[in-house]
Design a binder for this molecule. Structure first.
Ligand SMILES: NC(=O)c1ccc[n+]([C@@H]2O[C@H](COP(=O)([O-])OP(=O)(O)OC[C@H]3O[C@@H](n4cnc5c(N)ncnc54)[C@H](O)[C@@H]3O)[C@@H](O)[C@H]2O)c1
Length: 414
């Protein structure tokens, strides 16, 4: 590879012809062409400087050590991060090239225990977020569609990745990997030396395959930015005084995780002096958006599972009960936010007077009517739910625990 590849790349980026570059830099097109192909032994410093100035490149050029890491990052794990941080501390500039191939990626997902498939943007975002404070790390996405998958497609893949790196101006001195058998292949196909990092994986004994097979077992190896993707969401529903807030708290305690409180209650306190009588139609979209922020925050810091007090169907049910009509924004939130498990608590526990209860809502008739409204709205929205109607507190709690354990794959369903 010519040592002036970076100049060729800069000229391509600028979109000028060789003649235009030569004219602007005070040289002939022939001289420029020979220079770019490293045919001139001692190029004129004056001409070189003019050329670099025209291309907005620093001069004299400081040689940078450039490294590259290739990976699928499906998903990103702490072993990858260890490799990347070691590489990063050995070079001036590190390029991470994430390969994607929709067919292969779907097959990996179908053979996995993951509950949803990460999009290419999810995988890119994990890398971008994780390394956002390290300005010498550059993240790229490379389409491997149509190439024989690793390790059978070395010829085609190498030609493709070389063309990609040329077009991006990436001219690596080193490739970093933990895979010892890839080193001779990289040298043969790309002419680049490999630095092996932790080839026996003793420092971080983890692979993407293990996480895909059992994300909860290998939870500690899932980076902070990736964990929310794997968190399972449990919404607890029920009318006023069904005991759902207490249940959310108990479940979050026992599963050692976070919960999202009912934003509507906070809103009634902060905006309506703690009295639900002052609620009006225009409050419901604000309650829904506030609730979604509570949910997102709880998911971000959750330990495998998160408990959510009230869903958007319940907010809409309150809107219908109080205003006689649903709110389109709340409906959009119902459609957008789907929870992994919805538990509907029967409203059959003793009535407990609370700060934010609606007036008259404690009557047996009102409680039953609200519960029926919830059930019919869940059905209308195609939301599958588990109905918990046990009447003593302990059995009710144990039933919920069992449902959550089933969701987490810790207990088989009955
Ligand atoms: N088609 C082909 O023949 C071919 C050939 C070479 C490379 N590739 C591509 O290169 C990329 C590399 O693939 P991959 O499957 O190795 O990606 P990967 O996401 O599994 O791993 C990325 C990098 O992290 C390293 N790593 C993984 N676990 C580690 C741990 N616990 N500790 C330290 N390092 C660890 C791997 O060795 C690799 O260098 C893919 O995009 C692949 O398609 C393809």
């Amino acid at each position: 590879m010519s040592s002036f590849e970076y100049l060729k790349h800069a000229i391509r980026q600028k979109g000028c012809t060789l003649q235009q570059v030569a004219d602007a830099s005070g040289m002939t097109k022939g001289y420029l062409s020979q220079l770019l192909n490293a045919k001139i032994k001692s190029p004129s410093a004056q001409k070189l400087e003019a050329l670099h100035r025209f291309l907005s490149l620093e001069f004299p050029r400081v040689e940078k050590r450039v490294g590259v890491v290739f990976g699928k990052f499906y998903p990103l794990h702490t072993g990858h991060i260890y490799l990347i941080q070691r590489a990063c501390s050995q070079v001036d500039e590190l390029h991470i090239i994430m390969g994607y191939d929709e067919t292969r990626d779907r097959e990996l997902f179908e053979a996995s225990a993951m509950s949803q498939q990460p999009t290419i943007s999810d995988r890119l975002r994990w890398l971008l977020q994780t390394f956002k404070y390290q300005k010498n790390i550059h993240i790229h996405a490379f389409n491997e569609e149509g190439m024989e998958p690793y390790p059978w497609g070395w010829d085609v893949w190498s030609a493709g990745i070389k063309a990609f790196m040329d077009s991006e101006g990436i001219f690596p001195d080193q490739i970093y990997t933990s895979e010892a058998s890839d080193a001779p292949q990289y040298l043969e196909h790309l002419g680049i030396n490999t630095v092996l990092v932790d080839p026996d994986r003793t420092f971080m004994n983890i692979s993407g395959g293990q996480i895909r097979e059992n994300p909860f077992r290998f939870w500690d190896y899932i980076p902070t930015e990736v964990k929310p993707f794997f968190v399972r969401t449990v919404a607890i529903l029920g009318g006023e005084s069904s005991g759902k807030s207490t249940m959310v708290n108990k479940l979050a305690n026992i599963f050692n995780t976070t919960s999202a409180w009912e934003f509507g209650r906070e809103y009634v306190f902060s905006h309506l002096g703690g009295d639900g009588r002052a609620l009006q139609y225009t409050d419901y979209d604000k309650i829904a958006i506030g609730h979604s922020q509570y949910v997102d925050f709880a998911v971000k810091y959750a330990n495998k599972v998160v408990f959510i007090d009230t869903d958007f169907v319940t907010i809409q049910a309150f809107c219908k009960a109080n205003e006689g009509r649903g709110h389109p924004f709340v409906q959009a939130m119902i459609d957008e936010y789907r929870f992994d498990l919805v538990i509907l608590l029967e409203n059959n526990m003793p009535w407990v007077a609370g700060d934010f209860r609606r007036s008259g809502s404690g009557s047996e008739r009102e409680r039953k009517a609200f519960q029926a409204q919830l059930v019919s709205m869940l059905q209308e929205n195609g939301i599958v739910y588990a109905h918990v109607d046990e009447t003593d507190y302990d059995t009710r709690f144990l039933r919920c625990v069992s449902l959550v354990r089933q969701l987490m794959g810790e207990e088989s369903g009955q």
